[in-house]
Design a protein around this ligand. Structure first.
Ligand SMILES: Nc1ncnc2c1ncn2[C@@H]1O[C@H](COP(=O)(O)OP(=O)(O)O)[C@@H](O)[C@H]1O
Ligand SMILES: Cc1cn([C@H]2C[C@H](O)[C@@H](COP(=O)(O)O)O2)c(=O)[nH]c1=O
Ligand SMILES: [Zn+2]
Length: 298
């Protein structure tokens, strides 16, 4: 039995997707009313399961829905780790969880995160989603997938500000915290430790494991040792349709952090990553030699 102590929330559903995804209004997110539901924390994390729509929840129209491309999601590994303690609802023992979703761009990380958040919410758990405020692609109040699914969120510069931003009482009532674009949060490790080990939260983290040069990106890989589960997703290589493990940057910008979508990046297989780097490297040297020859640029 769940008890809502705050105003209503609503979930919208996108019918053309293989599995439903919701846009939730939540008290926890500034422009919306918070969803705070009391449930004992005895339920283990439901891996990939999407419960059906709860009876008293209305589904308004989805905010933005484009036809989606065939979904290339395919988990390569997923390691649920058994909890090593006995949980009780009132327990002060560490009862939180950390689940990590990684992969290249367009692999379905955000989609998977939103599905899991919806599943948790449908199970009566109180949820909030955070993204980095560096990602301004779709405005700051929503997380949006590449094919248009949307969920209200907190856009923050760092995770340590979250508790104070939502207020300590709202934080205490939270069961599940989703984090998207995790590669942009420097304090990811400390936040996950604190939230899962001390505050009993289930933290679901989605982010890039590697940057466009396939270097470890931000702190995402640092939290693997904290995780109950790790899921690596793949996309489809834009050049041959095989599984894509990497993200190729199509432009000649070299900074690690460069916000963008399909106009800047594409998912590629190993062969096309290597070929792509060669092509981009060659193009760069041609451009540089032209620059040297050009009196105006020199
Ligand atoms: N090259 C692409 N350009 C634009 N959208 C794509 C491309 N490849 C896949 N997609 C779409 O993006 C969806 C995944 O979006 P999303 O969950 O936001 O991925 P991620 O968070 O991993 O970047 C796929 O299900 C597919 O519909
Ligand atoms: C590879 C790579 C990506 N980024 C940026 C580009 C996007 O804004 C995000 C990733 O978004 P997604 O939800 O995973 O599609 O990260 C970057 O800054 N640097 C990179 O090397
Ligand atoms: Zn390929």
């Amino acid at each position: 039995m769940s008890l809502s102590i705050f105003p209503t929330f609503s979930i919208s559903q996108k019918s053309m997707l293989p599995t439903s995804i919701s846009s939730m209004k939540s008290l926890i997110s500034p422009p919306f009313s918070p969803l705070i539901l009391h449930f004992p924390k005895t339920k283990p994390f439901a891996f990939f399961s999407l419960p059906s729509k709860p009876p008293n929840v209305s589904y308004p129209k989805f905010l933005h829905a484009k036809p989606s491309m065939p979904s290339p999601r395919s988990p390569i590994f997923s390691i649920p780790i058994r909890q090593s303690h006995i949980e009780t609802p009132q327990s002060s023992l560490p009862c939180g969880e950390v689940h990590v979703i990684v992969g290249p761009m367009f692999a379905g990380k955000t989609t998977t995160l939103l599905h899991r958040i919806q599943a948790e919410s449908n199970n009566g758990r109180t949820v909030a989603v955070i993204k980095s405020n560096k990602d301004t692609r779709y405005g700051l109040d929503s997380i949006v997938t590449h094919d248009g699914m949307k969920l209200p969120c907190w856009a923050l510069a760092n995770l340590s500000s979250f508790r104070q931003k939502i207020g300590p009482d709202a934080y205490d009532q939270l069961d599940v915290i989703g984090i998207d674009e995790a590669q942009f949060f420097e304090d990811l490790y400390d936040f996950c430790c604190e939230a899962a080990d001390h505050d009993c939260k289930t933290v679901i983290v989605a982010g890039l494991d590697g940057d466009y040069l396939r270097r470890s990106f931000g702190s995402v890989l640092n939290i693997i040792p904290l995780a109950n589960s790790v899921t690596k997703l793949t996309a489809r290589c834009e050049l041959c349709g095989k599984r894509a493990f990497f993200t190729l940057r199509k432009t000649d910008e070299t900074e690690t952090e460069l916000i963008g979508g399909a106009e800047v990046y594409m998912p590629v297989c190993r062969q096309h990553y290597v070929d792509g780097q060669v092509v981009i490297g060659a193009a760069r040297s041609v451009l540089e030699s032209k620059k040297l020859q050009c009196g105006t640029c020199a």
